[in-house]
Design a protein around this ligand. Structure first.
Ligand SMILES: Cc1ncc(COP(=O)(O)O)c(C=O)c1O
Length: 460
């Protein structure tokens, strides 16, 4: 087994087969003995659960008919569904405008363009995020400056923002990671003081709230993703919220090849732009999704609270904290911090492999984005060299340290994905039971540790 990469299904299948062989040799053929049930699945015992967690995306009654209506009417392009979605999403989030686009990445990129961020500018970003938050800064030939992470919350540490501001800084991109809002009071105050734009990356935080206001409506723009894993999904898709008329018009223009709303003689009133338009098919799925998003939010909230209560006494595993101003967590991720001490010295990788083998898939979060090799490749490229001196770039890498984030990425961050929170109370009980089982057997699992380390459980 050593050195092999197993998918979760193949791995669980293998361990489950070993367990049933054991069961056949015992006196009770159908039910596993207490000892076998207590034996960790990663060591050949019976997994706590074999059932799947709820599927995502959800297809609701009538979704197919709505989708086919667009299909048959051939109104595939810039019709009433996109317009209706924009209106409804802006109203739901308490923003003046919504510009639908084709992804969260293009929502962020369009925002940077609309807010005038370009070559020579610095943009403050967290290192613990999906890569798109940083891709877009580099696409504008601007510099992503990383602000270390608050390990209690997994968010950009607002206490470390000001130290990273220079005369080049133009914008901050706080990411509401996992659906939990970043500290928006602090971030908005710093932005105001230093005259910086705030682009909220709310790609994982649909309907999350800061002091009763929906995230995405608080900064100069708020960006959402409707990629398939997200709490509101159309396969791919995105949206920008803003309360500013000028920003809205610039977003509109950029997302549709630099054209203006009203037809003008060719090229008369044009800017530069791209095509980031949303189709009617995507908007139709989103309108259907909006009919159930609130109910799904409530289910996730209830299950998350219940699960937190079930695992509150588990040493070594702690759900992330939220800031005082958070009035609603969207639970795109149920995030936790791991401490090997609570699990007899099991590494995070061993814990994750053991829990996943119990039928409870868990993920170990992002790597340290500030150290991603492509950033250095970009900054040392011919194009960036024309904009930034070698001294500037050398200095950038000298200061590009996020020690708290390094610790988080190296062995602490863990999360469950949102569809798991759409299950039943019994599902939550099984998650908690699996965690306790791994904890109770930590010493045995640790003994097999070196072999387990080599089993990389993927496809969870
Ligand atoms: C935090 C964050 N930012 C940006 C994105 C990019 O969104 P998309 O995949 O829709 O382009 C995502 C999601 O994938 C994300 O999670």
């Amino acid at each position: 087994m050593s050195g092999k990469h197993l998918t979760r299904r193949r791995f669980v299948g293998k361990t489950a087969a070993a367990a049933s062989a054991l069961t056949l040799s015992g006196p009770t053929i159908l039910a596993p003995s207490a000892a076998e049930a207590g034996k960790p699945a990663i060591l050949g015992g019976v997994p706590v659960r074999k059932a799947k967690f709820p599927e995502w995306p959800v297809i609701g009654e009538g979704d197919d008919a709505a989708w086919l209506e667009v299909f048959h009417a051939k109104g595939w392009y810039r019709g009433k569904a996109v317009a209706e979605f924009q209106k409804k999403f802006a109203a739901l989030c308490g923003a003046k405008y919504c510009q639908a686009v084709n992804g969260g990445t293009t929502a962020l990129w369009t925002s940077l363009v609309a807010l005038g961020v370009g070559p020579g500018d610095e943009v403050l970003v967290p290192p613990f995020t999906f890569v798109a938050t940083v891709n877009v800064v580099l696409l504008q030939y601007a510099i992503p400056v990383f602000v270390d992470t608050d390990r209690e919350t997994f968010q950009m540490d607002h206490r470390k923002i000001e130290a990273r501001i220079t005369e080049r800084t133009r914008a901050i991109i706080p990411v509401h990671l996992g659906g939990a809002p970043a500290n928006m009071d602090a971030i908005l105050a710093i932005a105001k003081k230093h005259n910086l734009a705030v682009i909220e990356d709310a790609c994982q935080a649909h309907l999350a709230e800061w002091r009763g206001k929906k995230v995405g409506s608080l900064g100069d723009t708020g960006c959402f993703s409707f990629q398939v894993s997200k709490n509101l999904s159309s396969g791919d898709g995105g949206a920008i919220l803003t309360n500013d008329d000028g920003v809205m018009e610039r977003c509109f223009s950029f997302h549709t090849n630099g054209r203006e709303r009203k037809n003008t003689p060719e090229f008369a009133a044009m800017h530069n732009g791209t095509n980031a338009r949303m189709t009617e098919f995507q908007a139709t799925l989103l309108l259907r999704g909006l009919t159930r998003i609130e109910q799904q939010m409530k289910t996730r909230e209830q299950n998350a609270a219940y699960l937190s209560d079930q695992i509150k006494d588990v040493a070594g595993l702690r759900p992330t904290q939220t800031y005082e101003g958070v009035t609603r967590h969207a639970y795109h991720l149920y995030m936790m911090r791991y401490d090997p001490e609570g699990f007899g010295g099991l590494t995070r990788a061993q814990f994750a492999a053991a829990l996943t083998a119990e039928g409870v898939p868990i993920r170990t979060g992002y790597g340290p984005l500030n150290k991603a090799p492509f950033i250095e490749q970009e900054l040392r490229s011919r194009h960036f060299q024309r904009i930034y001196s070698r001294e500037y770039v050398d200095n950038y890498f000298k200061n590009n340290e996020c020690p708290e984030n390094d610790r988080l990425c190296a062995g602490e961050a863990l999360w469950f994905t949102q569809p798991m929170l759409l299950g039943s109370r019994a599902d939550m009980d099984q998650i908690a039971a699996a965690i306790r089982k791994v904890q109770a057997n930590a010493a045995d699992i640790k003994k097999a540790g070196s072999a387990l380390e080599k089993v990389k459980v993927i496809d969870v």
